[in-house]
Design a protein around this ligand. Sequence first.
Ligand SMILES: *[C@@H]1O[C@H](CO)[C@@H](O)[C@H](O)[C@H]1NC(C)=O
Ligand SMILES: *[C@@H]1O[C@H](CO)[C@@H](O)[C@H](O)[C@H]1NC(C)=O
Ligand SMILES: *[C@@H]1O[C@H](CO)[C@@H](O)[C@H](O)[C@H]1NC(C)=O
Length: 235
Amino acid sequence: MKTLCVAVVVLSLTSVGQPAPLVCEKLLKPADKAPDFPGIWYFIALTSDTCVVTTLLNYVLWPSYSMNITSMNTPNVYNANYRIKTYGYCGTESEDFLFENNTVFDDDVNNFPVIQPEMLLQSGCSDCFIVKRKDKNIDMLMLFSRRQNVSAAELNEFEKQAECLGWAKPEVLNSDHDFENCLDDVDIDNPELLPLIFQRLRNKYEVPFKCMSESAQTFHKAVYEWAQQQWATLW
Ligand SMILES: *[C@@H]1O[C@H](CO)[C@@H](O)[C@H](O)[C@H]1NC(C)=O
Ligand SMILES: *[C@@H]1O[C@H](CO)[C@@H](O)[C@H](O)[C@H]1NC(C)=O
Ligand SMILES: *[C@@H]1O[C@H](CO)[C@@H](O)[C@H](O)[C@H]1NC(C)=O
């Protein structure tokens, strides 16, 4: 029991060093103007209040993700046509959303405004927008840009925003947006996907393990190291 307490104290101590409150107040301000939505946007990076989400997304699925937004006939209503690519497999999906009062409401057009509003945060990046969303009690911050890549400074600002919220360091998504070359339609039950996921995890197991151990908070460092070692020797 004693070692458990020590582990928890050490974990809490490592989370000090957040940016100054004033800096954070500025960084977490809502966007003061709406982005010009229509056109292509690339999903660059995301962070969450639980590292499990970022870890799953970036270490298991590792997708690239873009959307083509078009204006609908109703004011403030748009259609987003998503394209996702994971391990060479591609998929599309389409969804309408309403943007009003700096907030994105997603559902079908006939049924606005609905659940899970998403707020836009200000961004120093001129062709980006940042969405803060809450989904089933999981909070997320997502960075989209007109460009497939943002600069280090722009990514750094996004990291600061995550830090201000006390969230995990953002994960940068895959930037392979070549949808001309796809193996097949994405299907999570496809048995060929599993070995590819394992292959990625095999090389990148450190972050998922760190997340798992920190999430559990009951993992002693020795257990973590042991598990890490076990994982490495499994392959
Ligand atoms: C985006 O969607 C619009 C409307 O459906 C379409 O005209 C346009 O070609 C699309 N752009 C791309 C790059 O797919
Ligand atoms: C936006 O704000 C206005 C004024 O407060 C309100 O009347 C309107 O219902 C809000 N829109 C949505 C979608 O909540
Ligand atoms: C993104 O940036 C990386 C390195 O900064 C570069 O190698 C890559 O080609 C860029 N990708 C695109 C699509 O611009």
